[in-house]
Each structure stands twice: as C-alpha cells, then as structure tokens.
Design a protein around this ligand. Structure first.
Ligand code: OKV
Ligand code: MN
Length: 247
C-alpha cells in the first residue's frame, strides 16, 4: 500500500477564493500520488444540503482525483454534517462514520472529527444532538433552500456571539473522553481535527503508550497533511508558494 493522507478543517467557503485554490492545487498536484485520502471533517465551512452545491469547482476537482484512482473518504465535521449521498455520488468520495476504525499496516487506528471529544462544551453538545437528530434533519432538508439559507445564517450569527464568550479550555478535548473512546475501540492511535491545535499528544492507556494526533486547520496560504507510508508517519506542509512541496 502506498501513501495514506489525512487532512481536516479546511472550512472552504465561497468567501475564501485563495483557500479554494490552495486546496484544488493540492487535489491536482499532491493527492494523486497517494493511494488514499481521508478528510476528517469540516471540509466545508457550512453545508445546508447537496442541492445547494456552493463550490462546484471543488466538487469537480474531487471527482477528477477519484477518477485518477485515489480513494477518497470524507467524514462529517460539525459544520458540513449534512454532506449527503448526492455529493458522494457526484465526487466519487465515500462518506465515513465518526468514529471510524481503520487498519494501517495491521495497526488499528481510530479516526474522528473531534467534536465528540469536546464533552466539556455542554452548549455545543446540546446543539449537536438537535441538528444530528434524523427527524430534525429531514424536516430541515425538506424546506426550500431560501429558508435553509436564512436559518443557517441565524445559526452562524448566534454561534459567533456564543463562541466569543467561551473560555479556551472548554473548546479542547476532554482527556477522559479520549481514553474512554480509545479503550472501547481497542486502539493505541487516534487521529482527529476540529480543535485547531495541531500536535502529537502522547498518553498512557492502561499502562501502555498511546498517541493522539491532532490535525491542522488550513489557512489561505498554508495547509498540512499527516502522511502514513510503510509504517512511518510524518507531517508535511502544503503551501501556496510551493515551499516544502515539489512544484
Ligand atoms: C453548521 C454550526 C452553522 C457549530 C439546522 C437542522 C435545524 C441542520 C441545520 C443549520 C446550520 C448546518 C445545517 C452551521 C455548524 C453553525 C453555527 C454553529 C458550532 C437544523 C439540521 F435545527 F435548524 F432544523 N443546519 N448549518 N455551528 O450553517 O452549515 O458547529 S451551517
Ligand atoms: Mn470542527
């Protein structure tokens, strides 16, 4: 097996053309060299239904990547959790569950977006339960796009106000939740994004070493990949000017 790439938290939106270009360059120039690509949530900054199709150029670039033979798996994040079957069909990507257990060189590895681990943020977990309720989602998706746009805008406005009031520690993962999930899944390696605090966290699980690898969020001129190849792991930058990349 060749390279496996992990990215998350691109937060693509029509308001960020430079970031969109950075990501499309990545899909065209870097990702095709990999066997598989995992996007661990928040590829898009908002998603209100596959019928909206806000970034057709990204959809087309993902399709070109999967047509060229790179397997692409996308996990829902806390923002793009409404990505659905139509999007998956149009891009050739696979939607994967959160959490998702994969096997890399016989090492079981747990993949998550990360928001499920932020159990101290009670207001967010309440919001999550509401909008992840299948009946609530069905009702939302049944309403006209214009109404969904209005609802989403008011959610975003209220969220911005609430975020400004939250202490920093609440926004990070709860370490008891991390241990519980890793133990339940039987893994020594967890990869997630969401917190925007990229780092390798060593921890001890039942007396044995374990690792929690947090992915980087992308900015207009810089992204980062976590790369697995033949039993080795490394972080690799992806930048707009080509530094650190073969371009
Ligand atoms: C996504 C977040 C906005 C956080 C609404 C049902 C309901 C889905 C929705 C509306 C909002 C996604 C779909 C968006 C994430 C925000 C603000 C905060 C913290 C309903 C199903 F309940 F209204 F019927 N939404 N959008 N936030 O704009 O993409 O994650 S969103
Ligand atoms: Mn997130």
């Amino acid at each position: 097996m060749g390279e496996t790439l992990f990215i998350s938290d691109l937060h693509l939106s029509p308001q960020r053309p430079a970031l969109i270009q950075l990501f499309i360059d990545f899909l065209e120039q870097r990702a095709p060299a990999a066997t598989q690509l995992f996007v661990l949530g928040d590829l898009f900054d908002a998603w209100i239904g596959d019928d909206d199709d806000p970034l057709p150029e990204v959809r087309a670039a993902l399709k070109r990547l999967t047509d060229r033979g790179t397997r692409c798996s996308i996990m829902h994040g806390n923002r793009d959790f409404l990505l659905g079957r139509r999007f998956a069909w149009a891009t050739g990507c696979h939607l994967i569950r959160d959490p998702c257990l994969i096997q890399l060189d016989d090492e079981p590895t747990l993949l998550m977006h990360g928001d499920l681990l932020c159990t101290d943020d009670l207001a967010y977990q309440r919001f999550r339960r509401r909008v992840r309720n299948p009946i609530v989602q069905r009702l939302f998706l049944w309403s006209p796009l214009s109404k969904r746009r209005r609802i989403a805008a008011s959610y975003r406005q209220r969220s911005g106000e609430a975020m400004a009031q939250k202490p920093d520690a609440i926004m990070d993962v709860n370490s008891a939740a991390v241990s519980r999930l890793m133990r339940r899944a039987g893994v020594r390696r967890l990869i997630h994004g969401h917190t925007h605090r990229p780092q390798d966290h060593a921890l001890e699980l039942d007396g044995l070493p374990a690792l929690r690898q947090v992915l980087c969020d992308w900015t207009d001129d810089r992204g980062e990949l976590l790369v697995h190849q033949a039993g080795t792991w490394r972080r690799e930058p992806w930048t707009a000017n080509g530094a650190g990349c073969t371009r």
